[in-house]
Design a protein around this ligand. Structure first.
Ligand code: GDP
Length: 365
């Protein structure tokens, strides 16, 4: 499964956020026996469409799809020099598909920071510098070798060398590969280099509870937001401490609490959704049987591959997919009305599954 790794300097609120995630995960009714790595927190992906589908095509239960966060503890400063624990830190980041970079954006004299002050920009740069140094190391290792092959007019090497030439000066400056614009072919090459600063990132400003109703008013958050925008990255403001409290509430209390705070959705739910989109994930549904269920797929997957997410037999014996889009069901109000309007589609093996598709697979056994 794809996972987003939580990183940040000491005392910025990583553990607090991760606790909120595991507490929210522990509330999941449908996964009571899930035994997972203590560094992995599994949460449900909130999706209002599930309730609506279940209203129109009733089933015994509703099963949301899930998403995983990984807690990446460990030392940051000096990590790129490859000393013991630092090495492990970088290795753990290499394993994740996206980065959730937590940045301190609250004042509290009782909680010390590495630099002795609250300085989001410096904090972000401290971590990113380690990541770009590690990337520079990887790029330098390839650079001379690929240049040599490129001189023989080898097409692949020439293409890769052109990409390395684009990347190297940015890393030399301590920058991130994600800030560079690449065309589609270049993107494929970049992917193959497995660089840390090419991974998609969300900067999470851990703001004070008092700033929750209007995060944009926090100068700390503004700084983080501006930095993210320059890097083609996303940003989000949440109060980790509050999220930890919310995660223990039942749905009704949670709703009341959020209303009192003047927000419509918990920060954790926003983070889950943002991470999901960052990874190019989307949701399809199955309905009409015992359960109304959401499933995660990667955008760009075709119908048989997506069928394989449910069961490998579905992929092997794939005949066709019977598809209704959520919008059509929602507007027309029943499966019967969808059929009468000619909106039930029969799709074959080349069909690119869309977010919100409600699918019944036909397959040979
Ligand atoms: P980590 O080292 O990044 O994992 O940081 P922790 O999650 O352990 O948090 C460090 C300290 O900051 C703990 O005492 C938390 O209770 C506190 N903390 C975390 N988030 C907030 C917050 O939003 N406001 C305040 N005042 N304290 C927080």
């Amino acid at each position: 499964a794809l996972t987003a790794g939580i990183v940040g300097l000491p005392n910025v609120g990583k553990s607090t956020l991760f606790n909120a995630i595991t507490k929210a995960g522990a509330e999941m009714a449908n996964y009571p026996f899930a035994t997972i790595d203590p560094n992995v927190g599994m949460v449900e992906v909130p999706d209002k469409r599930l309730q609506r589908i279940d209203e129109l095509i009733p089933a015994k239960k509703i099963i949301p799809t899930t998403f995983e966060f990984t807690d990446i503890a460990g030392i940051v400063k000096g990590a790129s020099k490859g000393e013991g624990l630092g090495n492990k830190f970088l290795e753990n980041i290499r394993q994740v598909d996206a980065i959730v970079h937590v940045v301190r954006a609250f004042d509290d004299d009782n909680i010390t920071t590495v630099s002795g002050k609250v300085d989001p920009l410096e904090d972000i740069e401290t971590i990113n510098l380690e990541l770009s140094l590690a990337d520079l190391d990887s790029v330098n290792k390839r650079y001379a070798r690929v240049e040599k092959v490129a001189r023989t007019k080898d097409k692949e090497a020439m293409a890769e060398f052109a990409v390395l030439q684009k990347i190297k000066p940015v890393l030399d400056d301590g920058g991130s590969v994600r800030s560079i614009d690449f065309d589609e072919d270049e993107q494929k090459i970049v992917k193959g280099l497995f660089l840390l600063t090419a991974k998609p990132v969300i900067y999470v400003a851990n703001i004070a509870e008092a700033d929750m109703a209007d995060p944009d008013a926090s100068p700390y958050y503004q700084t983080i937001k501006d930095y993210a925008a320059k890097e083609n990255a996303e940003s989000l403001a949440i109060s980790a401490k509050t999220e930890e409290e919310i995660a223990e509430l039942d749905d009704a209390d949670k709703k009341d609490f959020l209303e009192a705070e003047g927000v419509s959705e918990s920060g954790l739910d926003r983070l889950i959704r943002a991470s999901y989109h960052l990874l190019g994930l989307a949701t399809f549904f199955t309905a009409g049987g015992k359960e109304t269920r959401a499933w995660t797929f990667k955008q760009g997957m075709k119908a048989p591959q997506v069928a394989g997410i449910i069961h490998s037999d579905f992929e092997r014996g794939f005949i066709r997919a019977e598809v209704v889009s959520f919008e059509d069901l929602d507007q027309l109000g029943s499966q019967q009305a969808v059929k009468e309007a000619g909106k039930l589609r029969l799709e074959g093996k080349d069909y690119l599954v869309q977010d919100g598709d409600i699918i019944e697979f036909r397959f040979n056994v």
